[in-house]
Structures are given as C-alpha cells and as structure tokens.
Design a protein around this ligand. Structure first.
Ligand code: TYD
Length: 208
C-alpha cells in the first residue's frame, strides 16, 4: 500500500519542526519507517536553492521567480525522496509544501493562479498531500518566538504586515479545502497538546 503524505504548515516559530519530530517518533514506535523532510531543501539542489532564496542580502525578486525556485526545490524533492518513499509504503512528513508558496508568494490573485497552475504541472495527483496540518499562530507571537532562535531570513525580514498576510493566506487555504486541511490553534498549546491534536487528525488516515 502507498504511504501517506503529511504536510505541516505555519509561520516560522509556530512549532512545525517540534511537531514533525514528535510525529516521527510516534510513527517509528508503531513500526513505520517515516521519512522526515523540509522545504526548501533536503536534496543538494534544494539546499542550494534554499541558500539563494533565504539570503537576507539578496536583491528583491519578482514573486513568480521566487515561486519557480521553490518549485525547483519541490520537484527535486518529489522525484528523489517523496515519490520513492510513498511507493515503498513509508509515511512522509514534510515541513512546508505548496501551501507555503501560496501563502508567501501568492498574496496577489494573479500570483496565486500562477502557483496553482505550477502545482498542477509539478505535483502529480498521486503525490498530492493526504493531510495538511496548519499550525495557526499570530505573527506577533511567532516573531517573538523565532527571534530568540535565529536571525530573520529574507521573508521574515519583510515584517509583521507581510506575516499577517501569510497567516491570512493559510486561513484562506484551509477554508477552501476543509476535507484536506486541519487548522490547529496553537496559541495556548504545549508541544504535547499539539501532538495530541495532530494524532487525532491522523486517525482519519489510519495512522499511526
Ligand atoms: P525555514 O527556516 O525552512 O522555515 P521556518 O522559518 O518555518 O523554520 O524557512 C523557509 C522560509 O522560506 C520561510 O520564511 C518561508 C519561506 N518559504 C516561502 O516563502 N515559500 C515557500 O514555498 C516555502 C516552502 C518557504
């Protein structure tokens, strides 16, 4: 049987990596061999594209050029890691995927259409995510959390107004796809409570 494809989304500082790590532990304990990956990156080309996109000193790029680069990293990841893992029956946990591109690069209607068209071309129907968990957090809270960890990347450096639009993009994505998404309010949740909530949603996929 094909593996299940789970995507974790949310602004920086919302707890994606922590949740991904905890889910990997749960799945492994139940006898699965989960693949844990992140976007952009994981493959060698993906990491190089990541360095280019996230450099805080780069010149501004058209949002479609950014989207094309994110899809370059995504295509490499799909062909080299995601498709083989799903075909081998392994669950895949990916931090960020097309919903990130819609939320960050697709804030204008024309860019969103461009991104949805790219998604149709690059992501075959059988490798579309089975579930998108969105960790919802106000940017003022997420920025404060993220600031204690690292210097802001090219996107975080755009400030709170941009991140508020990113959050709105996620909410819009979830509202348009209720059967695919689980919107999780993580303002007052501990990491173990977030894990509990996520495991409830995974039951629909017969996981762990
Ligand atoms: P990363 O450090 O991986 O994520 P996080 O900050 O959540 O730990 O940074 C990835 C950055 O790239 C983040 O600011 C969001 C941005 N991004 C996009 O703008 N579009 C995309 O399609 C993806 C995958 C990420």
């Amino acid at each position: 049987m094909r593996g299940r494809f789970l995507v974790i989304e949310g602004v920086d500082g919302s707890g994606k990596s922590t949740l991904a790590r905890h889910l990997v532990e749960q799945l492994a304990a139940a006898g699965h061999e989960p693949l844990h990956i992140r976007e952009p990156g994981t493959t060698q080309i993906g990491e190089r594209v990541r360095d280019l996109l996230l450099a805080s000193d780069r010149e501004p790029m058209d949002s479609r050029s950014e989207a094309l680069l994110f899809f370059t990293s995504r295509n490499e990841l799909l062909r080299k890691e995601i498709e083989p893992a799903l075909a081998a029956g392994r669950p895949v946990i990916c931090e960020r995927f097309t919903p990130s591109t819609l939320a960050y690069q697709g804030q204008e209607d024309a860019s969103a259409e461009f991104i949805l068209a790219l998604d149709q071309l690059v992501v075959a129907p059988e490798v579309q995510p089975d579930l998108v968990l969105i960790l919802d957090l106000e940017p003022s809270v997420s920025l404060a959390r993220a600031e204690t960890r690292s210097t802001p990347d090219a996107f975080e450096a755009r400030g709170i107004g941009f991140l508020e639009a990113v959050r709105a993009g996620y909410l819009k994505y979830a509202a348009a796809r209720p059967e695919l998404t689980a919107l999780m309010d993580v303002h007052d949740s501990s990491p173990s409570e977030v894990l509990e909530q996520a495991l409830e949603h995974l039951k629909a996929l017969n996981l762990p």
